[in-house]
Design a binder for this molecule. Structure first.
Ligand code: DLL
Length: 433
């Protein structure tokens, strides 16, 4: 292997020694170069030199999305613009995007980590990677691209969209690995059927899917429809982009965090308290090696837990369980908390239902009402009204049983819910209009 995989199997003690050294260095660096961090640390009464072991990290203040917004666009950069060679931004559904920068060394680190991520997901230099993550300000396309080249694989920079053409290229070029969002994977599968192309006749062996939450049931659906092994990849622009953590093809159970570059913590989102190992809470990251845009205790708002158990693949890096959602996507329906991905897992258990759904939240009087729109196959949709109503009832009942929330279910015709080429929009919240 051409890259530093040995960092992935370090004994914990050696890994922590590297982390501590890198942590101390990055704290010194941001204190010296980013006025925001200097002010925050001073206010909290901590100096970089106070951090003598990894547990001391808990004394350092958090950084939030709002802090990044307040310093829009380049105020958090820790190097002069002369040294910044790339700029990306998060999609920013509301208001301004979050802007991030990279030095050429950052790009090299990111490429290396993405090469490691693709390798963990089963890619080798002999593979052809069909990269259908969007290219542009979004980090997915270029992140995978540079990683694929670093690995020495052949990358098809197809980006998202123009779906029919993608299917033709898949059939003609014979790619063996696909990278895109899980929702776009399903859309590709659907269009392939329409075009008479059978994924079983294609050469794919693995897909590395991420950028949005997806349930275990969705994994099975994708594996079946695309005839490949599906791995989860996680990341966020603020911390780097894709390749912060990834599932290994050996276990497919939780995503190894590249701990030689990032320290993950789980906190109680309400109190900010660091939670004991194994607890579920908000994921927080500190970047250890980034130059242009280091983040210190960045609150991701993503909900998960960490699993320190050894993995059969031999990597010693901690695994994060799959992200169930973000704190800001959590729906509170009559006092019950629910994530779209939890509804998804109930829906996917029902045979007649297709993996396309949308959640509509309305307020009726003082009560929040959740309506689940879900597609059924052509076959089921041609059934009598009575049969369809029975199915609607069954779905609402299952959701109530598993998640404790009362919802209305509405079955809709095949292919009526908007398909996504990137991140799917699962929730339409009419309360915010
Ligand atoms: O989505 C980076 C990425 C690109 C990851 C390609 C994986 C593959 P952002 O656009 O900044 O960056 O969005 C980051 O997306 O905080 C999560 O809420 C969500 N997210 C990303 N990956 C996953 C995943 C990219 N595997 C935000 N599971 C994050 C669940 C995910 N949520």
């Amino acid at each position: 292997m051409m890259f530093n995989v040995e960092f992935e199997t370090l004994p914990r003690e050696a890994l922590e020694a590297i982390q501590l050294r890198r942590l101390q260095a990055v704290l010194e660096r941001v204190y010296a170069t980013v006025p925001f961090y200097r002010r925050k640390f001073d206010e909290a009464g901590v100096a970089p030199s106070d951090i003598r072991d990894l547990a001391d990290l808990a004394r350092v203040p958090f950084t939030t999305k709002q802090d990044l917004r307040d310093n829009y666009p380049f105020g958090m950069f820790a190097v002069p613009m002369d040294n910044v060679v790339r700029i990306h931004a998060s999609s920013g559904t509301t208001g301004k995007p979050t802007v991030v920068g990279y030095t050429s060394r950052d790009i090299a680190t990111w490429s290396e980590l993405m090469a490691r991520a693709l390798a963990a997901g089963g890619a080798t230099r002999g593979d052809i990677i069909h990269n259908a993550y969007g290219y542009g300000l979004f980090t997915g396309g270029l992140g995978v691209h540079y990683g694929a080249e670093r690995l020495g694989a052949s990358v098809i920079p197809i980006s998202g969209g123009n779906t029919k053409r993608q299917i033709m290229i898949m059939a003609d070029f014979g790619p063996t690995i696909i990278t895109c969002t899980p929702s776009y994977a399903l859309h590709l599968a659907e269009v392939a059927v329409e075009m008479g192309v059978d994924f079983k006749g294609l050469r794919f062996k693995a897909g590395i899917f991420g950028a949005e939450p997806w349930s275990e049931q969705m994994r099975l659906e994708i594996e079946e429809k695309l005839n490949l092994q599906a791995m989860d990849i996680y990341g966020l622009s603020e911390v780097m982009g894709p390749g912060v953590s990834v599932e290994c093809i050996e276990a497919k159970k939780g995503l190894h965090v590249f701990e030689d570059h990032f320290i993950p913590e789980i906190i109680n989102p309400e109190t900010g308290e660091v939670l004991p190992s194994g607890s579920t809470g908000e994921l927080v990251f500190t970047s250890l090696t980034k130059e242009a845009f280091p983040v210190i205790r960045y609150r991701t708002r993503d909900i998960t837990s960490l699993n320190p158990e050894p993995c059969i693949c031999g990597r010693t890096h901690v695994r994060m369980n799959r992200v169930s959602g973000r704190t800001d996507d959590m729906l509170i329906i009559r006092g019950v908390n629910v994530f779209p991905s939890q509804i998804e897992s109930v829906l996917m258990e029902i045979e007649e239902v297709e993996p396309h759904y949308q959640l509509i939240v309305d307020r009726e009087g003082n009560l929040d009402m959740l309506t689940v729109l879900v597609e059924v196959g052509e076959q089921a949709f041609s059934d009598e009204v009575r049969v369809l109503q029975g199915l609607e009832k069954k779905i609402s009942k299952n959701i109530k049983e598993y998640l404790g929330v009362s919802v209305k279910t509405r079955l809709v015709e095949p292919k009526t819910i908007a398909r996504s080429e990137g991140k799917a929009q699962r929730v339409i919240d009419n309360r915010k209009i």
